[in-house]
Every structure is written in C-alpha cells, then in structure tokens.
Design a protein around this ligand. Structure first.
Ligand code: ATP
Ligand code: MG
Length: 147
C-alpha cells in the first residue's frame, strides 16, 4: 500500500524570491496537510548527507553550495499516495520540461534552482522526514489527536 506522507524542501532560491507563501498555498490547495514544518539553514555536512546518492554527479558540488546558500523550508506533507501525488504537482526536475501549473514551472529559476525537493519513494520519505524531524515535531492527520 502506498504511503500517506512525503517530505519536501522549499529550496534557497524560492525562499529568497518570497515564494514560500505561494508554494504552501499550492500545496494546501492540492489537498495536502502540512504535518511538520520549519525554516532552517543546512550545514554543508547535512547537505552532503541528504544528496549523497548524487555525490559522483558533475553537478554535486554546485548543488551542495546552492542548498547551503540560504534558509530553506523543510516540511512533511500528508495525503493518500503522497509521494506520487506530490511529484505530480511539482513537475519535472528540469523546469523547462515541467507541465503548466506545476510548482517548478511556476517558481523554478533553473534545473539546479528548481524551487522544491520532493521524496522519490516511501522509503526515502521516511528517511528524509526522520533526518529533519523528531516525533514531537510531527502532527499527523492520520493518527488520533486531541487539540
Ligand atoms: P529532488 O531530489 O530535489 O526532488 P529530483 O528528484 O527531481 O529533485 P534528482 O535527480 O534527485 O531530481 O536531482 C536532485 C537535484 O539536483 C535536483 O532537484 C536539482 O536541484 C539538481 N540537479 C539534478 N540534475 C541536475 C543537472 N543536470 N544540473 C544541475 N542540477 C541538477
Ligand atoms: Mg531526487
């Protein structure tokens, strides 16, 4: 069964261009619940660990430099089939190939400065969420709560 949450980053370029509000609006309007969120600046070691799968790629060093260049928003988003549903609304990695109306089409500056990250599997959604959030920082709509 597909998972109910994904992990996202609003990347430095989008934060710097005051796109946090419009991107969160799009996320909520697409039926996602924000179950965890914070504004942080990645340290180089954290960025390297997060993007370790890309360490042999030619764009790796530039990517680490970019991702540590300013504050980012990290968040956990809930919806049925969240990973796939979120990848649909963010669009292709290359914003020129992203569909009209997607977050990357609307807010990306380039392939590298492509506005947001979205987990690519349920397994990575868990790893990435656990990397940034403790249990006391997460508020699931799928678990019982009493506000
Ligand atoms: P993300 O993991 O950030 O959600 P993605 O899964 O669509 O993006 P990946 O292939 O995992 O794409 O690449 C991770 C990130 O590395 C991209 O979001 C982008 O910022 C950067 N990147 C990927 N390919 C290139 C490239 N050819 N040139 C420059 N930057 C790139
Ligand atoms: Mg990826």
């Amino acid at each position: 069964m597909a998972g109910t949450y994904t992990f996202t980053i609003i990347k430095p370029g989008a934060v710097n261009n005051e796109h946090i509000g419009p991107i969160l609006n799009k996320i909520n309007n697409s039926g996602f619940h924000i179950s965890a969120m914070k504004l942080i600046k990645l340290r180089t070691a954290q960025a390297k660990k997060f993007y370790e799968v890309h360490r042999d790629k030619p764009f790796y060093n530039d990517l680490i430099e970019f991702m540590t260049s300013g504050p980012i928003v990290v968040a956990i988003l809930e919806k049925e089939n969240a990973v796939e549903e979120y990848r649909k609304i963010i669009g292709a990695t290359d914003p020129e190939k992203a569909e009209e109306g997607t977050i990357r089409k609307l807010f990306a500056q380039s392939m590298q400065k492509n506005a947001v990250h979205g987990s690519d599997s349920d397994e990575n959604a868990k790893i990435e969420s656990d990397f940034f959030f403790s249990n006391s920082e997460r508020f699931s709509i799928f678990e019982e709560r009493d506000f």
